[in-house]
Design a binder for this molecule. Structure first.
Ligand code: PTJ
Length: 253
């Protein structure tokens, strides 16, 4: 994977080049769709405007997300082709820190891709990967993302939905689930419908949620509930939009 690619670490765009190589590798391995290349370019543009760093409001969102995970009865991390290529180990680490299930859910679903992603996640330490059975449907969605496992996303109370701009976040909300979204675009439909929108690069956001989850592991329910109640999703989206428009220090923190 990308580590094999010779990108000098002192290159000013090192992170972005490594990311591109991971996505390219994902496409070559049959994990990532070719559409995933376009999604990557879109994400990069937003990351550039955000200053390629975790802004304070995204860090607060990551902490609220960790609190939701720890309070949940059945949290699930949804994985698509871009997520699998970019952060397979980090997905496994977050699942380990929070007891979440991992489920493959694809827009361009084929049996081969679901299998390739599940194998890839197992190679990176996952013990159980859901999404292969797909014996239930999210109501109100006509495309392939509707297909979920009955004992996975269908049954979940908290779902992490990274890197997809679409109607699934809305449909999951209608099912009464709490959605946590990771998306660099604060204007995306998923970010705007999420209970917790984390406007950050998944490369930084996922390890950050895991770090917060480990930090909060000994907290009481009351403490976790207070973190959830204090988080203001509208303020977080607004801070990210301001950062996009005005650059660093715009969120006044
Ligand atoms: O693997 P599949 O078949 O399920 O397809 C997955 C893709 C990503 C192709 C599909 O979900 C798609 O087309 O997504 P969109 O509509 O392009 O939305 C992807 C969103 O993720 C955009 O809002 C991007 O800004 C954002 N994004 C891209 N890369 C990153 C990101 N957000 C956070 N971190 C990134 N690295």
């Amino acid at each position: 994977m990308s580590d094999e690619v010779d990108v000098p670490e002192d290159h000013p765009r090192y992170q972005s080049l490594v990311t591109r190589h991971r996505i390219e590798d994902g496409v070559e391995k049959g994990i990532t769709s070719t559409q995933g290349l376009i999604a990557e370019g879109r994400g990069e543009a937003f990351d550039y405007l955000l200053g390629e760093e975790t802004i304070p409001s995204a860090d607060r969102a990551a902490r609220a997300a960790a609190a939701h995970f720890l309070l949940a009865e059945h949290p699930v991390i949804s994985v698509n082709g871009n997520v699998a290529a970019l952060v397979p180990e980090e997905v496994v680490a977050l699942a380990g820190a929070t007891g979440a299930d991992i489920e493959v859910n694809l827009f361009g679903r084929t049996a081969e891709r679901v299998q390739a992603i599940a194998d890839h996640l197992r190679e990176h330490g996952a013990t159980e990967v859901k999404g292969l059975t797909a014996d239930a449907r999210i109501p109100g969605l006509s495309h392939e993302r509707a297909k979920v496992d009955a004992d996975g996303i269908y049954d979940a109370d908290v779902v992490l939905v990274p890197l997809e701009d679409g109607d699934r976040a809305e449909a999951l909300g209608e099912m009464g689930k709490t959605e946590i979204v990771i998306d660099l675009n604060p204007l995306s439909r998923s970010a705007r419908t999420a209970a917790v929108p984390i406007v950050d690069n998944i490369l930084r956001a996922l390890p950050n949620v895991t770090r917060h989850a480990r930090d909060l592991a000994g907290s009481s329910r009351e403490e976790l509930e207070a973190i959830v109640a204090e988080f203001d999703r509208d303020a977080a989206l607004e801070a990210a939009e301001r950062r996009l428009r005005e650059g660093a220090l715009a969120d006044g923190e």
